[in-house]
Every structure is written in C-alpha cells, then in structure tokens.
Design a protein around this ligand. Structure first.
Ligand SMILES: [Zn+2]
Length: 254
C-alpha cells in the first residue's frame, strides 16, 4: 500500500497545516452571497492567488423574452459545479458535476421565459501553483448550427502570494479573471458582424447578450475600485493585467 494511504487502524500520514496568516479563514453563506453578487461567476472569497480554492457563484432566473445565449469554455484547471437550487432544470439542488476542461456553458433551464424557473450554483476551481500557465478560452458558437464562430483565449494567471503591499493583500487584490476575460471576449465578438457569420450554415448570430451575465458590471466595478485604492498609501504598482494581452480572437471556423 502506498505511504499516502490511510489505514483503518493507523493515523493518517497526511496533516492539514494551520491556516496562513495571509488568508484568515472566512465563512460565507452561499445564498447570502448570491443576493449581493453582480455577475455570473462572482467569487465568494477574496483569495484568488496561487493554490487557492476559488468558489464562484452564479444565479439565473427566467423572465419573459429573456435569452442568455451559450458559449464554449476551456479552462486549464478543473471545474466542479455544485447546484444549490433549481427549478425548471434537469439539475437539482445537491447535484455536483465535474465537467471536462472544454465544455459548453449552457444554463440548464428548460424555459428561460418562465419567471418561476431559476438556477443557483457554485463553480469551484483551484488556482494553479508555481506560476504554471493558467488560461481560458471563450468560444462563441453559431446560434443555428452550434459550430464555433470565434475563439478568444486569455490568461487567468493567479497572483502570487500575499506580501506587505496593499495591492498584494488578498483583501484588495484585483478581480477574478474569468468574468472579466469573458466580458472582453464578448465585447470583441459583438463589435464585428462579419465575425458572427457562420461559414458552415451562413447564419449571422446576434450579438452575445453579455449584460444578462453581469460580466460588464463586475469588470467596471473592479476598475473603479482599483482607481479608488490608488488614493491609499502602501499601494504598489499593479502587475500588468494579463487579460490585456488577450489576442483579438481567431476565426475558429476559418
Ligand atoms: Zn452555423
């Protein structure tokens, strides 16, 4: 038996270290957090640096005429979806799903026009360590035939550890890259009608309805908070924002 296995009679050879003083334990109620979150994939905790588990919540509901679209997502880290509530969905509260790293993000509601339908879930990922290359790709697909239209890769490299500077204090760290990168991708996708024309079926997809996801509001508030923090002493230069280096998006079906 490998040394790392726990035996019935012996003590587990693995120990959980005491919490780091840089990241004090916090308790967050997922339902309370969902009342206040302004975006799909709103992180529950301020700890987004290397090696952290980063649960992020999303809440959706139906409304007359509502359309939220769908896209394909690739992530270099695994994602676990935990459902906390659902109605009008094939998923139920308590379901947990480990999806493949490239997956469709297609909110599991049978009818988005029914205001009684809703979906509350958390997506949990663990940030990479040792400055490993963490990145994501958002790919928008044809509304009609679901073939890829354009893909937008971006880096979602986590910050490294906490140090003395205000900027490096996880309580004041920059925002979560996933919704910010998705917003930039959708803005670029929407700005070019030719890029929304499908080379397989000829259909021109409508702009992606990113406001339904809240990404833009989250990105705007992150930028605003960064500006406000500049008035405080001890603030260090923000590291170059990795998502600013995102490519313009390649034509996936060219
Ligand atoms: Zn098509």
């Amino acid at each position: 038996m490998p040394a790392t296995k726990t035996t019935a009679n012996g003590r587990a050879p693995l120990a959980i270290p005491a919490p780091s003083s840089a990241r004090v334990p916090l308790k967050v109620n997922v339902f309370r957090h969902m009342r206040m979150s302004n975006t799909a994939l709103c992180p529950m905790f301020p700890y987004l640096d290397e090696g952290c588990f980063a649960p992020a919540v999303a809440v959706y509901s139906g409304a007359p005429g509502r359309a939220v679209g769908m896209f394909k997502h690739f992530n270099t880290v695994d994602e676990i979806l935990v459902v906390f509530g659902a109605r009008g969905s094939r998923l139920k509260a308590g379901n947990a799903i480990a999806d493949v790293r490239e997956h469709f993000v297609n909110i599991a509601l049978s009818d988005f026009n029914d205001p009684d339908n809703y979906f509350l879930a958390a997506v949990i990922q663990r940030q990479l360590e040792n400055r490993d290359d963490q990145r994501e790709v958002v790919t928008f697909v044809c509304e009609q035939c679901k073939k890829p239209l354009r893909e937008f890769p971006f880096r979602s490299q986590p910050p490294v550890g906490a140090s003395a500077g205000l900027r490096d204090n996880p309580e004041y760290a920059r925002g979560f890259e996933s919704p910010i990168g998705a917003w930039r991708a959708a803005e670029q996708f929407n700005s070019n009608e030719q890029g929304r024309r499908c080379t397989h079926c000829g259909h021109v997809s409508a702009p992606f309805p990113f406001r339904e996801w809240g990404w833009e509001k989250y990105a705007e508030q992150c930028r605003t908070v960064d500006k406000a923090l500049q008035a405080y002493p001890g603030l260090q230069e923000e590291p170059a924002n990795s998502t600013a280096n995102m490519s313009m998006g390649s034509a996936a079906n060219a």
